[in-house]
Design a protein. Structure first.
Length: 144
């Protein structure tokens, strides 16, 4: 498997390698921190059920995206853009899913890399937007 840093630098030759390294280290370690903070259960859909029933406070994909995006925005990235991605927003019988998507500065969202800590309960999963099983779109109403 390609490391996250390699996947990020592969997005464009214009990406600052130190930024890619910093983003990769932060995303991986903070996802594990959030897993402990949320006291995540596996599979994540079981955890979602407990959040929705009021037995747990956080751990839905929207919480992961909110918290990870905020932490990554604090890095002050210059060669990478951060986006809020949303999948299954308008698909009947499929649950909506949110995640952070990273692109090279100014690059189209569809060329980005999904960072999804929810999918494996805190073990960060990454995949190119166009190669994922989810159909991702930018969530314009929450991009800051």
């Amino acid at each position: 498997m390609v490391s996250l840093e390699q996947a990020l630098t592969a997005l464009s030759p214009d990406i600052d390698k130190r930024e890619a390294e910093q983003l990769a280290e932060t995303a991986i370690s903070y996802s594990l921190e959030l897993s402990a903070e949320y006291r995540m259960l596996r599979p994540p859909v079981l955890h979602n059920m407990l959040v929705n029933l009021g037995f747990k406070e956080r751990g839905l994909c929207i919480h992961w995206t909110e918290d990870l995006l905020k932490r990554l925005q604090g890095l002050g990235l210059k060669s990478l853009d951060l986006h809020w991605g949303i999948a299954n927003h308008d698909i009947l019988l499929r649950l909506e899913h949110s995640s952070v998507v990273v692109t090279a500065r100014g690059q189209n969202f569809e060329e980005g890399l999904v960072l999804d800590p929810w999918r494996h309960s805190g073990e960060l999963y990454w995949v190119l937007v166009r190669q994922d099983s989810y159909s991702w779109k930018p969530e314009q109403s929450v991009i800051r």
